[in-house]
Design a protein around this ligand. Sequence first.
Ligand SMILES: [Zn+2]
Length: 259
Amino acid sequence: MASPYLVDTHCHLGDAAFEPDRDDVLTRARAAGIGHVVAIGESLAGSERAVALARGRQGLSATAGVHPHEAREWSPATAARVRELLTAPEVVAVGETGLDYHYLHAPRESQRAAFEAQLAFGVELGKPVVVHNRESDADMAAILRGFEKAPPVVVLHSFSSGDDVWDAGLGINAYFSFSGMITFKNWNRTDRLSACPPDRLLVETDAPYLAPGPWRGKRNEPAYVRYVAEKLAEIRGRPLAEMAAITTANAARLFRWEL
Ligand SMILES: [Zn+2]
């Protein structure tokens, strides 16, 4: 069977882990049927790197934003540069932003301020916002529910949150992006995989992190997004080709690509 056409909607391609062999990684992805990779910006420098990687490259796009771990670097100058990057044609989304109260690399207040500012960019510029959430469900759900006007299009990335965030996400018609976590033996929320509306489903690697099943603990890479799609297909009882077609069409609609 030919490889299905899949999209890795979330890869930290600019990470130092890919420095030695980034081109080989992309070649392997192509060979595995991964037609498009979204390179995620997680800091100002990381966003500059992601944008530079994607510029003029077919099958590569970038995001620009500041991760909650880096929220201390959010300032008027950072915000202005992120906003500028967001207007570049290869930049398809804001982020990665969000909240992370597990590591608390930045204080909660700084995380919330940076997150809300980036959500506002999503509304203003009409671009989706890629959202990270870890152990911050109450604040995350409150923020997602709190939009007075139309919310931005939100992607809940590497989704593994509780009911509160799930319900808030459904309430604003968010996309749910699943990662290699769904292949881990301790993943006990297969109900999420079945219940997610088909037009809101996405797959991602979050590489170099969260390598799926057989590669757990090793460096992850875009080619492995196939394992995520296979798990999704298994749980939803659908053929892999159909899951690939659905998630790829969702990514194209979300990021406004021509297929
Ligand atoms: Zn990420």
